[in-house]
Design a protein. Structure first.
Length: 335
């Protein structure tokens, strides 16, 4: 029995070492300035396309940032969100909540960057990396801090709408549900609170939070944690009619296109738009982190870059895994 235990221990130790080595190898494949030699203008080209698009419509920036989140939370950061549906498969981009929340024009920004990159260094820069670069560029162009993006991701070949609802946290989640969802992706509660700060830019359809205004629960028609004055304002913008659900409002009405800490100040005033926003104030521990982010713009910006870098490594494909898609909308070899 003793020998069997030692032998089993050796096998277990070998398995653990293999996992550690594979994780280390993966980290080694992702690196800052990954395209320095193979496609030195890669990040400049992506930034240029994002800048041109946001100059015409600043709201597209929030879509690009959300696209990176939604890509990483489903199958990892593999660019699968960018794949188009086919007659035989409904892809992620057409699953809820991606459709209708993500604008078609945002996907075109990635297409434009990919076309330029293919012309300059064919088959080199992955769609997944383009999306990661674009998300960082949105933060910078909206007034946030620049952070370096480790690259070297490969593109996935599978995209299924059925996986979006089971992986993406809905706006109705409470703190425990959110914490568990992020933990499943290897992210801490602090990461979650920091990454939620992305809601400082962009808009939301009224349907994502109208239950807080008109049909909250059997006791309250209106969410009692929602500031009454803000609720009255939202009711004006989101009437309880068939067409009201399709209206859009800014997630941070104070500065909807600026990457600042106004989102956290809104939470302190009970003006979080979603249940999943205001729930960050539901415990002393999480409320303290909200207060810290609200009070220190510089510290929040640094934390956000670190959290984005960590999120950008979820389930990445590297080395010989996946592929470098020629067209971000179509897997290679499919016509």
């Amino acid at each position: 029995m003793a020998m069997a235990f030692r032998r089993g221990g050796v096998v277990l130790l070998a398995f653990v070492l293999a996992l550690c080595l594979s994780a280390t190898e993966l980290e080694a494949r992702l690196g800052v300035d990954y395209y320095h030699k193979t496609c030195p203008h890669a990040e400049f080209i992506v930034m240029d396309e994002v800048k041109k698009a946001m100059a015409g419509d600043a709201g597209l920036g929030a879509d690009l940032l959300r696209m990176h989140f939604h890509d990483c939370f489903v199958r990892g950061c593999d660019g699968s969100l960018l794949i188009d549906s086919t007659p035989n498969n409904k892809a992620e981009k057409d699953g809820a909540p991606n459709n209708p929340s993500l604008e078609a024009e945002a996907f075109e920004i990635i297409d434009n960057a990919k076309k330029r990159l293919e012309a300059e260094c064919k088959g080199t820069v992955s769609c997944a990396d383009i999306l990661a670069f674009a998300a960082r560029d949105v933060v910078v162009l909206s007034g946030g801090f620049y952070y370096k993006v480790p690259a070297g991701r490969r593109d996935g070949r599978v995209s299924m709408a059925s996986e979006t609802l089971t992986n993406l946290p809905p706006p109705s989640f409470d703190l425990n549900q959110l914490t568990q969802n992020f933990a499943q992706k290897g992210l801490t509660q602090d990461d979650m609170i920091t990454l939620s700060g992305a809601h400082t830019i962009g808009q939301s359809h009224c349907s994502s939070f109208s239950n807080r205004l008109y049909n909250f629960n059997s006791t309250f028609s209106q969410d009692p944690t929602l500031d009454p004055a803000y609720a009255a304002q939202l009711k004006q913008e989101c009437p309880n009619t068939s067409g009201g659900a399709n209206q859009q409002v800014p997630m941070d009405p104070n500065s909807p296109t600026t990457f600042d800490t106004s989102y956290y100040r809104n939470l302190l005033a009970n003006r979080g738009l979603f249940t999943s926003d205001q729930t960050l104030m539901s415990t002393p521990t999480t409320a303290a982190k909200v207060w810290q982010n609200a009070a220190n713009w510089f510290a929040f910006q640094k934390k956000f870059g670190k959290a984005m870098t960590k999120m950008g490594k979820i389930g990445v494909l590297a080395g010989s895994q996946g592929e470098i898609r020629e067209n971000c909308r179509v897997v290679n070899g499919f016509h």
